[in-house]
Design a protein around this ligand. Structure first.
Ligand SMILES: [Zn+2]
Length: 791
């Protein structure tokens, strides 16, 4: 029965070219052999270190055990925390398959087969595959509901798991030609076709991705029911659902990016796929409008999207905080997927501008240079509270990185009839089959460290085609389309020569187009004017007021404590006209261009608002490379006005104290950083909190540098209600150290507890070496401290 079903399902396997699809097709990453010094080493680290590492972590953290339990090879116990944990295994398979395609590896191939064998056994007879339900744990997970699918629009993630499995199956089938995983996927998709649809279960996926997975199954099989189901999953959304997962309007009526950023960008990618596969213009109109909304109002200079941790979501227009930026790694990857598809639909280089910006900055920052530590959010400023982690219980970003990286060469070229697009710049050799004939293309460059690119064309016979070479927006003084970011220096002209002769450049949709009959050995040289550029944000972006960012080609820079005086960067001010020097440092952070400039460091002093300033050399490094020497201060947007800088604190009693708390937290130093919040919920300045603790007694302690007499304290509470988990405390008390004992301060004034202001308490002067701020958390919430001043 089983085998017979498989044969039937695979019968309609048809050639890709029969399916209507994107007018432009990417040149597959398997046709592009990257040999450069930038991406090749990163893909190599992914293949040799990250992929084995993530497999070990999946084993260690119950992901494989869940499949074993569902397969009946282990006790009926769910071994991990989240209902989407199966996807880590699928994403790992996708990454491993892609890596196999680049470099064969018999051991890995064998392991994949044994893992797929377990997944086969974990699949229920009718195709259902979701370990959390199949395991039949004594107490089912709260998120999954008592029947299949019914909680998918909320939290069960059954369809999300299916979507990632289809993506993995597509990759594995293409990489190995084997159908073992594809058969599992098709059987599952057939079940979805049976259960969902108009007049059947009319439920929308809570976390999108099944749409693009189904589109891929349609591409492989040509079976239109998968395409129809993908379209159904889009059309069934809205208008009465949550904005959180883009179900507040029908998808065709959406014009703005809202809600959870990863879900959103996967959905827009799905809409692009269905638009390409069906010719649906209503989807196109919607995603064109949404794209403008994101690029003109909601995109970080790093290409990151999803500004707020509140729902891992897009914020309001121009709300782009730096230190609290969410900009999830998965959202950066989703942004690349989406922009790549927009390019394939429209053939405009502006989409590749966004893609390239994301790739070199907000996506690449997601993984450490050594391939074993990861960022979930990718902030644009830090005082040391951020650090990549070897694992997260919600490991989405980690497994996503490893599946994405091997596919990078697939974004370099694209083709449409006899038009060949050069989108990204990295040394590689490629074979591209155009209708006019086979073209071997050799690209040689040291990009992104310089802007010289050489392309050599090798054709068996003279071949007529149009070569479209992307002129990056940054090379024309335009970081991204629209007014969100601008550059004040006018770059030099891009020059292109063919066989050594300057060529007249005709630009169409952001590409220099050369339509000619190419001969063997023809060579093209492109000079992109690479120099440090000042980027300014629209004045509507309050977080970047009085500041500029530095970019060098596609690479956005940051200041990091490691390279700057006293390990500080928040206190630095750099004049807009300060000259910038670029030098290649081959032994720093795997080889980078470093940028140095003169600047000023500002420092507060006691009993006056006057600042002490001193000249210093300021050093910037590529943003993606920060936090590879340990956590510390970092800043992308550099103040040019003193008002925007955060001077080094004055040597107050609080600042010169050693500060500790009842929990270990990297944020603890923020209680004495002398940065005043605008209000209690202000997360643009650092704060310390006890979340997720509640209803407990906690403390912060100052150990003075020497004995001091003190008689008052001021505390500014952090409170992110009504949505967040912190509220002003139920009670607080100040203790002082006397003869090794904590004693409450005497004759204290009332301990005021109010939001949005300093709460002052005065008491009988005490001569002591330490103070303790004891906090009783509210019954249902945590509390937090912005600032604690001692006088
Ligand atoms: Zn993620």
């Amino acid at each position: 029965m089983h085998i017979k079903t498989l044969l039937v399902t695979l019968l309609p396997l048809i050639c890709k070219s029969q399916v209507k699809d994107y007018p432009i097709q990417p040149v597959s990453f398997t046709q592009v052999k990257v040999t450069d010094n930038f991406w090749q080493p990163k893909m190599n680290v992914n293949a040799t270190i990250t992929i084995p590492y993530i497999l070990e972590m999946c084993k260690k953290h119950g992901r494989i055990d869940n499949f074993l339990a569902a397969a009946g090879k282990r006790e009926n116990k769910v071994c991990s925390e989240f209902t989407f944990d199966d996807t880590d295994v699928y994403k790992w398979i996708e990454g491993a398959s892609y890596a196999l395609q680049v470099a064969p590896n018999a051991t890995l191939s064998k392991y994949l087969d044994s893992l797929i064998d377990i997944i086969t056994q974990a699949q229920e007879p009718d195709g259902y595959l979701f370990t959390f339900r199949t395991i039949k744990a004594a107490k089912p997970h709260d998120w999954i509901g008592d029947k299949r699918w019914i909680k998918d629009s909320i939290l069960s993630h059954e369809l999300y798991n299916s979507g990632h499995m289809y993506e993995a199956a597509y990759a594995h089938f293409n990489a190995t030609g084997k159908k073992n995983l594809l058969n599992i996927a098709l059987k599952n998709a057939d079940l979805l076709c049976k259960d969902f649809g108009w007049g059947k279960l009319e439920i929308y996926p809570g976390h999108q991705i099944v749409e693009i997975g189904l589109a891929k199954l349609y591409r492989i099989t040509g079976n239109k029911k998968y395409l129809d189901l993908a379209k159904f999953f889009l059309d069934v959304r809205g208008p009465h659902g949550d904005a959180y997962n883009q179900a507040n309007k029908r998808v065709v009526d959406q014009t703005e990016a809202v809600g959870h950023a990863v879900r959103a960008a996967y959905m827009y990618s799905g809409m692009a796929d269905i638009a390409a596969l069906t010719g649906d213009t209503a989807y196109l109109k919607a995603i064109d409008a949404i794209w403008n909304d994101v690029v003109m109002k909601k995109l970080y200079i790093t290409g990151g999207i999803g500004a707020t941790n509140n729902g891992e979501a897009f914020g309001d227009a121009f709300y782009l905080p730096n230190m609290s930026a969410y900009a999830e790694t998965c959202a950066a990857i989703a942004n690349v997927y989406w922009n790549s598809r927009m390019f394939l639909l429209h053939g405009d280089a502006k989409y590749i501008d966004v893609l390239e910006r994301t790739l070199y900055n907000g996506l690449l920052s997601g993984m450490s240079l050594n391939g074993t530590k990861f960022f979930y959010p990718n902030p644009l400023a830090s005082v040391g509270q951020h650090d990549r982690s070897p694992w997260f219980s919600c490991a989405c970003c980690i497994s996503n990185m490893t599946r994405f990286l091997p596919s990078v060469p697939g974004y370099v070229y694209a083709q449409n009839k006899n038009n060949l697009y050069v989108n990204l710049f990295m040394s590689n050799s490629s074979t591209i089959k155009l209708p006019a004939g086979k073209v071997q293309l050799m690209q040689t460059t040291n990009y992104p460290w310089d802007g010289h690119i050489a392309l050599q064309v090798d054709v068996a016979k003279p071949t007529t085609f149009a070569l479209h070479i992307r002129i990056p927006g940054w090379a024309e003084g335009k970081p991204v389309p629209g007014e969100l970011y601008s550059i004040d220096e006018q770059p030099q002209k891009v020059t292109i020569a063919i066989n050594g002769k300057p060529a007249t450049v005709k630009v169409e949709k952001g590409y220099a187009v050369f339509q000619r009959t190419w001969q063997k050995g023809d060579n093209i040289t492109v000079e992109l004017p690479m120099q440090p550029q000042h980027v300014y944000a629209s004045e509507q972006v309050k977080a970047d007021e009085g500041r500029f960012a530095i970019q060098y080609g596609p690479v956005v820079y940051c200041l990091e404590g490691w390279d700057n005086k006293d390990s500080l960067v928040q206190n630095i001010i750099v004049d807009k006209n300060a000259p910038m020097q670029v030098s290649y440092a081959g032994n720093v952070l795997n080889g980078i261009n470093r940028i140095t400039m003169p600047g000023t460091g500002a420092k507060r002093q006691l009993n006056t608002t006057d600042l002490i300033t001193s000249e210093q050399t300021v050093t910037a490094i590529p943003y993606y490379a920060w936090d590879n020497r340990g956590p510390g201060e970092m800043e992308v947007w550099i103040p040019y006005s003193q008002a925007a800088a955060r001077p080094q604190p004055a040597p107050t009693i609080a600042y010169t104290s050693k500060v500790t708390a009842s929990i270990r937290s990297r944020s603890i130093m923020s209680v004495h950083d002398q940065l005043e919040p605008a209000d209690s919920k202000d997360n643009s300045v650092p704060y310390f909190h006890w979340w997720p603790k509640k209803n407990s007694t906690e403390w912060v302690q100052y150990d003075f540098d020497s004995e001091h007499t003190v008689s008052s304290c001021k505390v500014y509470w952090f409170d992110d209600g009504p949505w967040g988990g912190c509220r002003i405390p139920a009670k607080w008390t100040i203790y002082y150290m006397k003869d090794g004992q904590w004693l409450p301060v005497k004759n204290a004034t009332a301990y005021e507890i109010a939001k949005d202001k300093y709460n002052t308490v005065s008491f009988e002067p005490v001569k002591t070496t330490a103070l303790k701020l004891e906090v009783q958390l509210p019954v249902d919430y945590a509390s937090g401290v912005h600032e604690w001043i001692v006088e």
